[in-house]
Structures are given as structure tokens and as C-alpha cells.
Design a protein around this ligand. Structure first.
Ligand code: NAP
Length: 494
């Protein structure tokens, strides 16, 4: 019996996977299977449900440019609206019917003879597809801290990605471990309900003011009637973010003054919002702005003025059944432990499951033994017909949607050429990949990661070799330009 070979298997039904499916359908590839380990679509926005969850990039920018939503309730929309938006887009572009939920992919192997990928699913099922696309996210594998005694804790423990909607926080004595973007959103929301809150900070985070607000009905109506108005807002918002989050970070050598200016704004924000000088000093980052992902908030800092909220910066020694003990012997009794400890990118992602290419080469081993690399953030030599959407050097640093949409353009150009040539395989050449990697490494020389002071930042932008291989060190415009015009001969076709 001949095997069924699909046009493509996409792994991940978040915004990346949805975008990839829309693009494949536009190219006439309709026999798609989207495999998703969770019980519904939306990726991050399905998994994360913690109190205070909002997007931290303005919503006009954090959405597909081809599917603007005039009805965001706020400039920074709450999490549930993002999930709703994902559901809406998947329905409108008719990609939901390709999705299979609660389906864990365990591995994929390139079949050299048949010229297709064989994808293994937990439980033993196998699928075959001409193309394999991974859209498994960067922040998808929760990090559970390896702290002595944590398993002995007798109270309630919750990681922010596994929020229990029934968790009753009223009157509890809680600790939050971690002060990343998630904690910055969560802490002000839960603090008023708690009897005591201790925040365990290892590394302070840069926080700038958030220009947020409700979007009035008349403005929503105007966005709906005259989409150009919302496009203008998107352009202005993206321009500001590009300056702060991309130029100020990736072109640090040239834009040092801009970077310092943002640092000053953040420090003034902190001075104005936190009364106690000791707490203020503890909340002051000791590394350059941009070494790790900064965030925006008007409510995080003032939470530390509340009498029942305390910041603890002495390292944690161990956890006991009813307390956290710090290395100075201090003991904080708690009944609830919130782990806002983020995600493991470099050990468990890249890739999120085993991928075996030509000649039995294991992608994870290839990246770890050599360098993390991917041509234009999407393709790897030795891995034919494979499009990796969460690759090293793929994230534009602006909004995840600019990354997705530039990758959709890359797919458009590449797969149109494959169709024009009537070939069955494509594979990026060693030469093109090496040239791209050399250029990214050279560009990184201008970034805050090399020019700034990042030694103490403990940033997930850096991989286990100490290289900042997550962000694409170019402007977003450059990423779009190259996606539209990369030399077609950078790929070999057969
Ligand atoms: P994160 O930025 O990685 O922060 C994790 C925090 O946990 C850090 O403060 C880290 O300290 C701390 N931590 C981890 N292990 C620890 C340990 N063993 N002991 C003590 N502290 C420990 O993760 P996140 O806050 O979840 O945010 C991840 C990313 O998600 C953000 O950067 C952002 O891109 C995205 N995000 C987006 C939104 C949004 O758009 N709505 C909201 C939230 C998050 P160190 O820094 O010292 O390692």
C-alpha cells in the first residue's frame, strides 16, 4: 500500500504555525497537517493565563499586518483577546481544519530515497510530508528552577504557564521567584489579594513607562472604517519600537546615545515610583539596557511601596516545606510559591524535538557541536525541505509578527521557485549559509551584546556558549528586504 504523503507538516499551532499555514495555502498547498501538543490553538496565548497577562508590544503592531483587528480594547490588549484573535484568524483563513491537538511530535527524519519527511507522533503514529515546518516557539518549554528542597514544599506551587484559575490567593503568604516580563505583569495583579508577598529577584529588569489606555469605541469604529488610520498607528508604534528595541540594542555602537537615553527614562521611572532608596537600588539593573528583554509597566515598581510586599535579593539557598531560606540564613515563611522562572530555550528548544536530516545528521547536535546557525533564520544545510521558523538569528526583536511575516515572504519566494522549476527538493547551500552566519557574527559586533556591559544580565538572548544567537542583528526592514529578494541560487534544487 502506498503511503500518504502530505504537502506539509507544520509543528505548532501558535501564530507562527498559523501564519505558515496561511502562506502555504496561498501557494496552493492545501494538504497540510498542523500538529499541536496543547488542547487548542494559540501557542503562548493558549498556555499563559496568569493574572495580568497582556501583550507587551502595542497590539496594532503585535498582529498580522494583513489581518488588522480594529477592536483591540486597549493599546496593549489583554491576553484573552490575543487568544480570540488567533481563533478568529485560523477560522477566517480556514486553517483550523488542518490542526490536530493533544498531539506530541517526538521526532522527524528525512527520507533520502522518498524525498520526504517522516514525522513520529507519541503513541507510535507516523506521518509523511514533502515539507516540514517547525513553529514551536522560543518560549515554550517552562523552566522549573533546580533549587534544593523545592520538591519538599508543602504549600501550593504554580509555574506561570500552568496557572490554576481556581487558585485562591486571598490572604495567602506568597513568594514569587523571578522578575522577568511575566513577573512584572503578574506581581501588581496578585499583590493586593495577598497577606504577604516576597519577591525573590536574582537579576533586576529594565522597566520603562507604558503608554497604555483603553481604545475608545469611536477610534475602533474609525479603524474599522478607514483601516489606513490603524496602519498609520502601526507604522508609528513599530517605528518607535524599532528605534528602542532594535536599533538601540543591535546598533548599540552607533546608537549608544539612544540606548543611554532609554536607560535614563527607565531610571527616572524607578526613582519616581519607588519610595525606599534601598529597594530602588536593588531594582536598578547593573547591565546595559537591552542585554536582556526589557519590559514596560506603570504598576510594577509601586507595588514595592506596599507595606506587605518585600523584595529579597539575597540568593536562595534552599526551600523547606513551609519556607524559602536564603544564603544569609534568612527564612521567609510562605504557603504559596509562584514560579515566574521563564523558559529554557537553549537546552530543550533548538529544536523542540529530534530532527534528523541528510546522512543521519541530528540538528540539535549540529547546532550544539558547531554554532547555532540558520540561513536567513529559516534554513539549515543538510536539512532539505525543512523550514525552521524558530531558528537562531530569526527573531527580529521588534514584534514576533514581523518575524513571522518576513518568514512568510521567504517561503513565498522560495516555494514559488520550487514550483516554477518543478522540482521536489530544496536545500540551502553551505556557501550561502556560511556567508549569512559570517555576516550575522560581524553585525553582532555592533550590538549591545558585544559593545555593552552584559556580563551580569543572565539573558536568554545568549546561548550556552555565551553567544547572542537569538535576535537577527539587522534592522527589521533589512529582514523584510532580504526575504523578498534573497538570491534564488542560495538554494540547491533537485
Ligand atoms: P524570563 O524573562 O526568563 O524571567 C525569568 C525570571 O526567573 C528571571 O528573573 C530569572 O532570573 C528568574 N529565575 C529563573 N530561574 C531562577 C532560579 N533558579 N532562581 C532564582 N531566579 C530564577 O521569563 P519570563 O518573565 O516568563 O519572560 C520571558 C519572555 O516572555 C519575556 O522576555 C517576553 O519576551 C515574553 N513575555 C511576553 C509577555 C507579553 O508579551 N505579554 C509577557 C510576559 C513575557 P535571572 O534573570 O537571574 O536568570
Amino acid at each position: 500500500m502506498s503511503q500518504k504523503v502530505h504537502d506539509a507538516v507544520i509543528v505548532g499551532a501558535g501564530f507562527g504555525g498559523i501564519g505558515a499555514a496561511i502562506q502555504l495555502r496561498r501557494l496552493g498547498r492545501h494538504d497540510l497537517v498542523i500538529l499541536e501538543r496543547e488542547s487548542d490553538l494559540g501557542g503562548t496565548w493558549h498556555v499563559n493565563r496568569y493574572p495580568g497577562l497582556t501583550v507587551d508590544i502595542p497590539s496594532s503592531t503585535y498582529s498580522y499586518s494583513f489581518e488588522p483587528n480594529p477592536y483591540w480594547s486597549r493599546l496593549y490588549a489583554p491576553g484573552p483577546e490575543l487568544k480570540q484573535y488567533a481563533t478568529h484568524v485560523a477560522a477566517k483563513y480556514d486553517v483550523r481544519r488542518h490542526m490536530r491537538f493533544d498531539t506530541l511530535v517526538e521526532g522527524a527524519v528525512w527520507d533520502e530515497e522518498q524525498h520526504h519527511w517522516t514525522v513520529s507522533i507519541a503513541g507510535g503514529e507516523r506521518l509523511h510530508a514533502r515539507l516540514l515546518l517547525t513553529a514551536t516557539g522560543f518560549l515554550s518549554q517552562p523552566r522549573l528552577p533546580d533549587i534544593e528542597g523545592i520538591e519538599s514544599f508543602a504549600g501550593e506551587v504554580v509555574h506561570t504557564t500552568q496557572w490554576d484559575d481556581d487558585l485562591d490567593l486571598d490572604g495567602r503568604r506568597a513568594a514569587v521567584i523571578g522578575t522577568g516580563a511575566t513577573a512584572v505583569q503578574l506581581i501588581p495583579e496578585i499583590a493586593p489579594r495577598l497577606a504577604e508577598l516576597t519577591v525573590f529577584q536574582r537579576t533586576a529588569i529594565w522597566v520603562t513607562p507604558k503608554q497604555d489606555g483603553a481604545v475608545p469605541r469611536w477610534l475602533q469604529r474609525m479603524y474599522a472604517r478607514v483601516p489606513l488610520t490603524q496602519r498609520l498607528v502601526r507604522t508609528v508604534g513599530s517605528g518607535i519600537l524599532e528605534a528602542i528595541m532594535v536599533s538601540g540594542v543591535l546598533r548599540y555602537r552607533q546608537a549608544k546615545l539612544l540606548n543611554r537615553g532609554v536607560e535614563k527614562i527607565a531610571l527616572r521611572h524607578l526613582r519616581r515610583q519607588v519610595d525606599d532608596p534601598v529597594t530602588r537600588a536593588q531594582l536598578t539593573p547593573d547591565y546595559s539596557f537591552g542585554c536582556k528583554r526589557p519590559t514596560f509597566s506603570n504598576t510594577y515598581f509601586p507595588t514595592f511601596n506596599r507595606p506587605h510586599v518585600r523584595l529579597e535579593t539575597t540568593p536562595i539557598a534552599r526551600i523547606e516545606p513551609d519556607a524559602i531560606v536564603t544564603t544569609d540564613g534568612g527564612r521567609t515563611e510562605i504557603d504559596t510559591l509562584v514560579l515566574a522562572t521563564g523558559f529554557n530555550l537553549w537546552d530543550t528548544n533548538f529544536p523542540a524535538f529530534e530532527i534528523i536530516g541528510r546522512g543521519g545528521v541530528d540538528l540539535g547536535k549540529f547546532w550544539r557541536a558547531g554554532r547555532f546557525q540558520a540561513y536567513e533564520g529559516v534554513a539549515v544545510p543538510g536539512f532539505p525541505n525543512f523550514i525552521s521558523l524558530n531558528s537562531p538569528y530569526s527573531y527580529s526583536g521588534l514584534s514576533y509578527f514581523t518575524t513571522i511575516e518576513s518568514q512568510m515572504l521567504h517561503m513565498d519566494r522560495l516555494l514559488s521557485e520550487v514550483a516554477r522549476r518543478r522540482v521536489t527538493t530544496f536545500e540551502v547551500t553551505e556557501r550561502a549559509n556560511a556567508a549569512f552566519l559570517d555576516r550575522m557574527i560581524a553585525n553582532l559586533g555592533d550590538s549591545v551584546f558585544v559593545q555593552g556591559n552584559c556580563a551580569t544580565s543572565r539573558s536568554y538572548y545568549f546561548n550556552q556558549h555565551g553567544e547572542a544567537t537569538l535576535l537577527r542583528p539587522t534592522s527589521t526592514l533589512n529582514a523584510f528586504g532580504e526575504a523578498r529578494s534573497f538570491p534564488l541560487e542560495d538554494y540547491a534544487y533537485a
